[in-house]
Design a protein around this ligand. Structure first.
Ligand code: NAG
Ligand code: NAG
Ligand code: NAG
Ligand code: NAG
Ligand code: NAG
Ligand code: NAG
Ligand code: NAG
Ligand code: NAG
Ligand code: NAG
Ligand code: NAG
Length: 473
């Protein structure tokens, strides 16, 4: 007879938001993150640029270098440094300073080796002195990739509140001269458009972290299951620590990735159960060594008491663009002390309502209890009617082939969007639709390029004077 006799840390109602339990859990987690962590990865390239700033800032284990006189070459025509005035509750570094321009500008980062890099672009959409935030509209390109287009930055803050945030990309630097150039271009079709950027991070990663490891498991027949091609760039959409608390960049495995809690994405859990094991010695292999922090593999979510597990799918849903292709990575580590053998817990995994795994057996995949493992799946989203967004669902269900426990377990989820070279993938929502009559300086119409420069110089002067007054008043 099958039974789930292992202990549940705490159970959540299907309403999910049980603050007391969750708070308890978070407190508990804080205490148990003290195990002997292995050495984090040391990225050869680890650049954090605080755009618009003139002084170095050491914050949260990161040296944010100043924009001025740094090793980064800025090729610009008329861009200015700026400081935001409506300093809402957002981190000062890198969000309170920015580089703002009505004309195109390029940062050139020297990198030590070619290969895959994290590129994080930090934005805090605000009205910088002289620039109305409703006129922010620009593209960001690097090499042959368009990372963002028609971008204003406001879409995110409308749904998440006014604060700074990062868009993260992964791309391969192939330039033999070892340069990574990032160009910001105001939208030509928007009157008085300007571009801005608050911070840029360039962080290298192990070459097998996302690109050459394993190869992808092809389950929807529209892919060959090759490993990720080097010319494919990725945009990070979601990165969650399932069944655990958020993991902040300093606590990542050295690459400053942010892992959110899964609670906001859990849509069917009646009830699910948190699992954790703070004492187990995790056994990494070369592929999983830096894949995710210990804390992610030491925490998980399972379906809960088995009586009703056959009746539902433990489900997470993530809003994504229709018609795009995604790369889904699922992280697993079986650490429940009594789930030790192949066959003890077998589950089904559905991704986007298709069967991704009929017989998912973590112990069988990993080779034992306490061994982290991940699986990669390409997912093609089909145009779902007229909707621009759809939910990409990840659902777990016990398999009828299981020997001991009618249950399923997951430790982490990462979802990336494929970004093909030379391909302007998806419009970026958020371009403010303003009446074209509201032509506020300084970004004069493109028919008068000379004026633009003059105006900027004038503005800069104005700005410096203001600053001067602030300092000495
Ligand atoms: C930050 O920069 C300072 C001075 O450049 C250096 O002494 C320090 O080691 C750096 N810290 C890190 C974590 O890189
Ligand atoms: C450091 O990081 C934490 C977690 O992301 C954040 O809450 C805090 O505000 C950061 N501190 C600064 C000074 O940016
Ligand atoms: C920015 O522009 C919008 C619409 O064009 C206007 O309503 C708003 O007052 C402007 N804000 C500032 C700070 O000028
Ligand atoms: C970056 O490219 C420029 C030419 O565009 C070249 O002069 C410079 O040496 C390159 N930087 C490095 C680190 O190779
Ligand atoms: C963690 O795993 C180890 C090894 O399997 C086991 O001995 C220990 O009891 C587990 N602890 C918890 C809290 O499950
Ligand atoms: C892991 O990498 C190390 C160093 O590159 C190598 O010596 C070792 O054989 C690798 N182990 C496996 C299991 O591939
Ligand atoms: C999968 O099915 C659920 C309903 O069970 C639906 O809400 C969801 O949008 C579907 N997802 C996809 C990607 O088709
Ligand atoms: C679980 O999800 C799959 C795929 O959407 C669906 O076919 C199946 O009926 C669901 N099972 C239950 C019990 O809801
Ligand atoms: C995605 O799922 C969430 C939560 O169930 C729901 O609120 C939202 O409307 C769904 N979005 C779409 C496009 O179906
Ligand atoms: C940007 O917006 C303009 C006008 O709204 C549109 O014509 C253009 O196709 C958009 N560009 C991209 C790359 O979506």
């Amino acid at each position: 007879m099958r039974s789930s006799s292992y202990k549940y840390l705490c159970l959540l109602n299907s309403s999910i938001s049980t603050p007391l339990y969750f708070t308890f859990f978070l407190l508990h987690l804080t205490i148990l993150v003290t195990g002997d962590s292995p050495q984090p990865y040391l990225p050869l390239d680890n650049i954090a640029l605080n755009c618009g700033s003139s002084s170095e800032k050491y914050v949260n284990d990161t040296n944010w270098t100043a924009d001025i006189n740094s090793k980064v070459a800025l090729q610009d025509s008329g861009s200015i440094q700026s400081t935001v005035h409506d300093q809402a509750s957002t981190n000062p570094v890198p969000y309170h300073t920015a580089r703002v321009s009505c004309s195109k500008f390029t940062y050139k980062f020297p990198v030590t080796t070619p290969g895959p890099k994290f590129v994080r672009l930090h934005f805090y959409p605000a009205s910088y002195p002289g620039f109305n935030r409703s006129k922010a509209s620009f593209s960001v390109t690097t090499g042959r990739y368009t990372l963002l287009s028609n971008f204003s930055g406001v879409h995110y803050t409308e749904t998440h509140g006014a604060r700074g945030y990062a868009r993260e990309f992964i791309l391969n630097v192939e330039d033999e001269r070892k340069n990574l150039s990032i160009t910001f271009t105001p939208s030509p079709h928007v009157a008085d458009a300007y571009a801005f950027i608050n911070g840029i991070e360039i962080v290298s990663m192990p070459t097998n972290l996302y690109y050459t490891a394993g190869g992808m498991k092809d389950f929807n027949k529209e892919f060959n299951s090759d490993p990720l091609q080097k010319e494919t760039a990725l945009e990070m959409m979601y990165r969650v620590n399932v069944g655990g608390a958020e993991i902040t960049p300093p606590d990542d495995t050295g690459m400053f990735r942010m892992w959110l809690s899964d609670i906001d994405y859990l849509t069917d859990a009646r009830p699910s159960a948190y699992q954790y094991n703070d004492t187990i010695q995790l056994q990494y292999n070369n592929d999983t060594r830096y894949a995710a922090p210990d804390e992610l593999y030491r925490t998980a979510r399972t379906m809960g008491p088995d009586a009703i597990n056959a009746e539902y799918n433990l489900t997470w849903e993530f809003p994504v663009h229709s018609t795009s292709t995604y790369f889904v990575r699922l992280h697993f580590c079986q650490f429940i002390p009594i789930v030790l053998k192949k066959g003890d817990m077998i589950s089904k995994i559905y991704i986007a309502n298709q069967t991704a795994e009929l017989n998912a057996d973590i112990i069988d995949w990993a080779g034992g209890n306490g061994v982290p493992i991940y699986k990669d799946y390409p997912v093609m989203m089909h145009a779902g009617g007229i909707e621009e967004f759809q939910n990409l669902s990840i659902a777990l269900h016990p398999s009828p082939n299981t020997f001991s426990f009618d249950d399923a377990m997951l430790n982490g989820i990462e979802i990336f969007k494929f970004r093909k070279r030379d391909h302007l993938s998806g419009t970026n929502p958020g371009a403010y639709q303003d009446s074209p009559t509201s032509t506020t300086p300084p970004c004069a119409t493109s028919s008068k390029p000379k004026l633009v420069v003059d105006y900027i110089l004038g503005l800069q002067f104005h700005f410096i004077v203001i600053l001067f007054c602030y300092w000495f008043s």
